[in-house]
Design a protein around this ligand. Structure first.
Ligand SMILES: CC(C)(COP(=O)([O-])OP(=O)([O-])OC[C@H]1O[C@@H](n2cnc3c(N)ncnc32)[C@H](O)[C@@H]1OP(=O)([O-])[O-])[C@@H](O)C(=O)NCCC(=O)NCCSC(=O)C[C@@](C)(O)CC(=O)[O-]
Ligand SMILES: NC(=O)C1=CN([C@@H]2O[C@H](COP(=O)(O)OP(=O)(O)OC[C@H]3O[C@@H](n4cnc5c(N)ncnc54)[C@H](OP(=O)(O)O)[C@@H]3O)[C@@H](O)[C@H]2O)C=CC1
Length: 428
């Protein structure tokens, strides 16, 4: 925190070289040499690379990168890079993927890499008539949109359709807006820049057609035309018996019945999906926004997965959610670690990436539900979290594992106990 007598108003901060910004922040925030050095350790990334990725750069914050194993998706094996700070997530994904293999792993499908670009048209006198005029001018609108992205069109993508909706403004009864949607196939791009450019390009033409005033022109993160689906059958014996099948179904029903539980259920899914999103340099906020908006698309917030029992008594699990991820554009192609991670994964298209991510989300959710509905989450999770607790208590070297193991054995994974154990071990 900056002390009271120092101001955070620093005009031109962004014009400084990153190391000078770091020095300034060090002075203002009273960082030690060691703290400043940690922030400034850019590792394999060069200062000029990070400085061009975002603004006001002073360093990097490395996040652990792990690889989930055992994934078999559509009869192909994948190593899944996951960037995440939370322990037990990667172990859990690998655990579920191992159990899924017995019945063939994951089967996936999708609706293709299609996004919606939104154009808000206000002050339209006759919105229902204007809507029809927009739809009638669809070909011209698509032509204008596609003219600004010939590369996307060359790859088979581009604006493919136009939709239009008259929306009532809830806090102003009787007051409407016309919302025009550009339906854009983004191929291997996430598509935000491409779609936003298209919406801005066609804006003036939409004003001409409708006689209204165009305001916002922006992609929608509720990517309901870019749905990724995955399914797996977990054999009852492989997961611990028919009672475990029933227990997982009950856990799912809890999420169906109660939005408070559904939020945590979906958080567990996103543990896996966000970790792959980050590892591949994709936009974690776009993915999270899309997933949670889709979970609430019926008006009730619901789990993104389903669980049921088949005729053999095995557990059948499915997932469906929007996943707007790309292999070109954004940081996906500019961040060297993201590029290497895509190589580890071995996906060739953005849709293949999205489908594998759906499988990871399903695996993650199943592992968590199985643990929650049987022994509880803490045994597996806390066992792995115990090392963090030991480090927080000041343990280093061999002492980290000794303190962690002792806490797990005692079933007391707590900071105060870690400190006590550490003191005991140091005295010995
Ligand atoms: C943690 C496990 C996997 C232990 O599970 P276990 O039964 O002790 O594992 P196992 O010894 O039988 O091993 C099975 C496989 O799991 C993997 N595995 C096993 N251990 C490791 C490890 N140390 N490091 C890496 N991988 C590991 C590994 O692939 C292994 O296969 P093998 O290599 O032996 O052929 C299990 O208890 C589990 O799946 N727990 C679920 C944990 C979880 O979901 N964590 C997420 C964080 S909690 C949260 O944020 C979400 C939540 C829970 O709130 C969501 C919700 O409420 O729905
Ligand atoms: N609401 C949101 O989610 C928003 C997100 N963003 C950000 O936008 C970025 C993603 O935008 P995006 O449009 O994907 O990125 P880019 O604009 O960087 O990349 C997409 C472009 O790459 C070119 N391209 C080359 N090969 C292909 C191919 N095989 N498939 C598709 N396109 C190809 C296309 O044409 P060309 O070469 O002509 O450009 C395409 O327009 C992310 O950084 C995201 O964080 C930005 C605004 C809002």
């Amino acid at each position: 925190m900056i002390s009271m007598e120092k101001s955070s108003q620093i005009s031109g901060f962004y014009k400084l070289p990153p190391q000078e910004r770091l020095a300034k922040v060090k002075e203002l925030a009273g960082l030690t040499d060691e703290e400043a050095a940690v922030i400034g350790a850019t590792g394999a990334l060069k200062w000029e690379q990070v400085d061009r990725m975002v603004e006001n750069v002073i360093g990097v914050i490395p996040v652990p990168l792990g690889v989930a194993v055992n994934f078999r998706v559509n009869d192909k094996d994948y190593l899944v890079p996951m960037a995440i700070e939370e322990p037990s997530v990667i172990a859990a994904a690998s655990n579920a993927a191992k159990m899924a293999r017995e019945k063939g792993g994951f089967k996936t499908s999708s609706t293709g890499p299609v996004m919606r670009g939104l154009i808000q048209v206000t002050e339209v006198k006759d919105p229902f008539s204007a809507r029809l005029e927009v739809l009638a001018a669809k070909d011209k609108i698509m032509e204008l949109a596609n003219a600004v992205d010939p590369i996307l069109v060359k790859f088979g993508g581009g604006c493919k359709d136009v939709e239009a909706y008259v929306r009532e403004v809830p806090n102003k009864p009787g007051h409407t807006m016309l919302i025009v949607h550009l339906i854009v196939d983004c191929r291997d791009a996430m598509g935000a820049n491409a779609v936003n450019t298209m919406t801005e390009t066609v804006g003036p033409h939409i004003e001409k057609i409708t006689g209204g005033k165009v305001y916002l022109r922006i992609i929608s993160n509720l990517a309901d035309r870019r749905l990724m689906r995955a399914k797996a059958v977990f054999g009852k014996e492989a997961i611990g018996g028919e009672n475990v099948v029933d227990a997982v179904i009950k856990a799912y029903e809890f999420a169906l019945a109660d939005p408070y539980r559904a939020a945590t259920h979906n958080k567990g899914i996103m543990n896996g999906i966000s970790a792959v999103t980050l590892a591949t340099g994709n936009d974690t906020r776009a993915i999270e926004a899309g997933a949670h908006a889709y979970a609430a698309i019926t008006g009730t917030y619901r789990p993104l997965t389903t669980y049921e029992k088949n005729a053999d008594g095995d557990l059948v699990a499915t997932i469906e959610l929007p996943l707007a991820v790309g292999l070109v554009g954004g940081a996906t192609a500019s961040h060297p670690t993201a590029k290497a991670n895509v190589k580890i994964l071995g996906v060739k298209t953005a849709t293949e990436l999205g489908e594998v991510m759906a499988a990871v989300g399903l695996a993650q959710n199943f592992a968590a539900l199985r643990a929650l509905a049987t022994e509880g989450i803490q045994r597996g999770h806390m066992q792995l979290h115990s090392r963090n607790v030991a480090i927080q208590a000041g343990a280093t070297g061999d002492l980290i594992d000794r303190v962690a193991e002792a806490m797990v054995k005692e079933k007391k994974v707590r900071a105060d106990r870690a400190k006590e154990l550490l003191e005991e071990f140091i005295k010995q």
